[in-house]
Design a binder for this molecule. Structure first.
Ligand code: HEM
Length: 224
């Protein structure tokens, strides 16, 4: 092997970040499919008394919904308090015009990326945006939940849920926003998967692999 091909193994993503990533991927996939089914329940004829199909699909939606809510909160916490500052460091690039230009140029095959942290500025801003979309879809989901289950957790959430419903202009609006925001995930996932694969090839780095194994293998002199 040529000496310039020597690469150093570096830990990029902690186990918690990797586990949460794949939990989010799985729950979002299930939520989008079951959510669209809830909106358009096409499997059972209207005159049928078979209500179990809808029941199980709603059940899956709720379980995944609660898992996603927990992961969303944990992930906001980890961004600020994780022992590794690789994500927080990316914020420096967001504040630097030079970093934006470098990233956008590298996307049209001009030059390489020089990142302070693990994400480029456009990537970072996109992830922040989708995290807030996740927060809003979880909140609207919990409001819908509290309107069906009046005891236990639903009961505890009731007064906040009623307040949010009023702010949003009624329950129909809560539902429609919950539905619209589903499309943000559909669009995000397509671009996200494409960019993950593409940037791995473009920059000869571990990209998809490192969110599985945690490791990247940069060249000793590269700045990633
Ligand atoms: C990525 C996350 C999510 C997506 C994509 C999603 C998607 C959807 C969609 C498309 C609907 C149908 C809305 C309609 O009737 O037009 C729905 C309904 C619903 N979602 Fe979600 N949702 C998500 C997260 C959550 C969360 C976190 C919860 C709460 C724990 C939740 C609870 C509900 C409830 C209670 C309903 C109404 C069910 C019914 O009317 O029977 N969702 N969701």
């Amino acid at each position: 092997m040529n000496h310039s091909e020597t690469r150093i193994r570096t830990l990029v993503f902690s186990p918690a970040i990797r586990i949460f990533h794949w939990l989010r991927a799985l729950t979002i996939l299930v939520l989008v499919i079951t959510g669209f089914y809830i909106a358009w329940p096409f499997l059972v004829a209207p005159e049928s008394t078979d209500v179990l199909v809808q029941g199980w699909i709603r059940f899956a939606h709720l379980i995944c919904g609660f898992v996603l809510t927990a992961v969303t909160l944990a992930r906001f916490y980890l961004y600020f308090f994780s022992r590794s500052d690789i994500e927080r460091r990316s914020f420096r690039d967001v504040m630097s015009v030079k970093s934006w230009i470098t990233q956008l140029k590298s996307y049209i095959w001009m030059g390489h990326l020089h990142k302070a942290g693990v994400y480029g500025p456009l990537q970072f801003v996109t992830y922040v945006a989708i995290s807030f979309v996740a927060l809003v879809i979880c909140i609207t989901g919990l409001v819908l939940y509290a309107n069906v289950y009046h005891e236990g957790l639903g009961g505890m959430l009731w007064s906040s849920a009623a307040w949010i419903t009023a702010q949003m202009g009624g329950l129909a609006q809560v539902r429609i926003w919950h539905h619209y925001l589903t499309w943000a995930f559909v669009i995000f996932v397509v671009i996200h998967v494409y960019m993950a694969v593409w940037s791995g090839i473009r920059f000869k780095h571990n990209s998809v692999d490192s969110i599985v194994s945690g490791y990247d293998y940069p060249k000793p002199d590269s700045h990633h």
